[in-house]
Write a protein that binds this ligand. Structure first.
Ligand SMILES: [Zn+2]
Length: 370
C-alpha cells in the first residue's frame, strides 16, 4: 500500500466517529495529507525518522560499534629505564622507560585495556648504526618490555612494531645501498630476523611497518621454520601512505630520516591501485591482519582492504597527526574533543576496520562501557 492511499484510508475510517471528533480528525488528516504530499514521494519506505527515534534504536543502526577490544594503544619505550617524558607534539602522550610501564599500565588494564603496540626509542649516544643492530638487542627496550608485560599482564595482547628506522643512523626503514637507496634483499633479511626475535621474546603479534617488498613472506617462513607460526599473529602495514601526518610520531620515536624521504617505499597518497596490489600481495604472502595507515584520510583504502581481504580483520592506524589535529581543533573550540574522537574513530569502523590503533585509547577506556 502506498503512503498516500494509507492516509486516505485512515481519513475514510474517521468518518464513522462522532461529528465533532470526526471534524477535528478529518482536519488533522487533511493537514497531514497536504503536508505529506509535498514531502513524501508516495513510497512508505521513505519514512526513516521513526527507525532511529530512540537512542537505543540509533545505536542499532551502526553496523560496528566501537568496543574496548578493538583498540590497540601505541607505547613509546625508551632505553632509559626511568624515562617519563612528555612528547610535546602528542598531547598527553609520554615516552617511558621499562621501569615506568607497569605503574602506568596497571590502571588502564584494570579499565579494560586489551592491547598495546610497542615502539622502541633508543636515546643513548652510539645506540644507532647503519644496520639497526640494536633493534633486536635482547636487553633493548622492546624485548625487555615484551617479557615484562607478558609477566605482569597475562591478559594483555602485545604487538611489537617491527622496523629499523628508530635504530638506524640514517633513519630509513632498512639497510641502504651505496647510492642511498634501500637494499631490499638485505633489508628483508634483517627485518624478518628482528620480527623473529620479538616473536621469540613473547610478542603475540609482530607488525612490520618497513614496507620492504617480500618481508611478510620472509617473516612467515621464519616463523614456520622456528615452529611458532601457529601462535604468532602477523599484522602487515600493507597500505602505509607517505605524508605529513607522521610528524609528531617521528618526534616521539626519533625516527626522522637524516636525508631524503620514504617516498620510494611508502605509498604515494593518490595510489589507490598500488595500495590494492600491496594489500593483495601481503595477504598472499601470509599476513593475518592487514593495516591501513593513516586512517581517516584513507577511508576508501580501508574499504578496499575489507573488500580484498574479506576473511581477514582490517586494522587502521589513527596516526599521530590525526590525533594532534583533533586536539588542536578541540583546543581552538572548533569542536568537542570526545565527540570528535568518537566521530573520527567510528568513521574508521564504518569504512570496514575492526581494529584501531589509537592514541585516544586511554580516554576511550573511560568513555566506553565495554
Ligand atoms: Zn620505519
Amino acid at each position: 500500500m502506498s503512503f498516500s492511499s494509507l492516509v486516505s484510508d485512515i481519513t475514510y475510517k474517521d468518518r464513522d466517529l462522532d461529528d465533532r471528533r470526526s471534524l477535528v480528525s478529518r482536519a488533522r488528516s487533511y493537514a497531514s495529507t497536504a503536508a505529506t504530499s509535498v514531502s513524501i514521494s508516495g513510497d512508505i519506505a521513505s519514512q526513516l525518522h521513526g527507525g532511529y527515534s530512540h537512542p537505543l534504536a540509533r545505536a542499532w543502526q551502526a553496523e560496528r560499534q566501537l568496543t574496548k577490544s578493538m583498540l590497540i594503544y601505541p607505547l613509546f619505550v625508551s632505553d632509559n629505564p626511568d624515562d617519563e617524558t612528555l612528547i610535546p607534539s602528542l598531547p598527553g602522550q609520554y615516552r617511558r622507560g621499562v621501569n615506568k610501564l607497569v605503574p602506568y599500565l596497571t590502571p588502564l588494564v584494570r579499565k579494560g585495556l586489551k592491547s598495546v603496540i610497542l615502539f622502541g626509542v633508543p636515546l643513548a649516544p652510539g645506540s644507532k648504526d647503519a644496520l639497526g643492530t640494536n633493534a633486536d638487542d635482547p636487553k633493548g627496550p622492546v624485548m625487555s618490555s615484551i617479557r615484562l608485560l607478558r609477566r605482569s599482564f597475562p591478559s594483555l595482547f602485545i604487538v611489537a612494531d617491527v622496523c629499523l628506522c628508530e635504530y638506524t643512523t640514517h633513519g630509513h626503514c632498512g639497510i641502504l645501498r651505496d647510492d642511498g637507496g634501500l637494499n631490499n634483499a638485505l633489508s628483508v633479511d634483517r627485518v624478518s630476523d628482528v620480527a623473529m626475535a620479538y616473536a621469540e621474546a613473547g610478542a603475540h603479534c609482530v607488525a612490520p611497518s618497513d614496507m620492504n617488498d617480500g618481508r611478510i613472506r620472509a617473516i612467515k617462513l621464519k616463523l614456520i621454520e622456528a615452529g611458532i607460526a601457529h601462535k604468532v599473529v602477523l599484522m602487515s602495514y600493507a597500505a602505509k601512505f607517505s605524508g605529513c601526518l607522521y610528524g609528531p610520531f617521528r618526534d616521539a620515536a626519533g625516527s626522522c630520516p637524516s636525508f631524503g624521504d620514504r617516498k620510494c617505499y611508502q605509498l604515494p597518497p593518490g595510489g589507490r591501485g598500488l595500495a590494492r596490489r600491496a594489500i593483495q600481495r601481503d595477504i598472499n604472502e601470509g599476513a593475518d591482519i592487514i593495516m591501513v595507515k593513516p586512517a581517516s584520510q584513507y577511508l576508501d583504502i580501508i574499504s578496499d582492504a575489507k573488500d580484498i581481504g574479506q576473511n581477514l580483520p582490517v586494522a587502521a592506524y589513527q596516526v599521530s597527526g590525526e590525533f594532534a589535529m583533533i586536539h588542536a581543533g578541540a583546543k581552538a573550540g572548533v569542536f568537542d574533543l570526545k565527540a570528535m574522537a568518537f566521530e573520527a574513530t567510528e568513521g574508521i569502523l564504518r569504512a570496514g576496520a575492526t581494529i584501531v590503533v589509537s592514541y585516544f585509547t586511554p580516554q576511550f577506556l573511560d568513555w566506553l562501557s565495554n
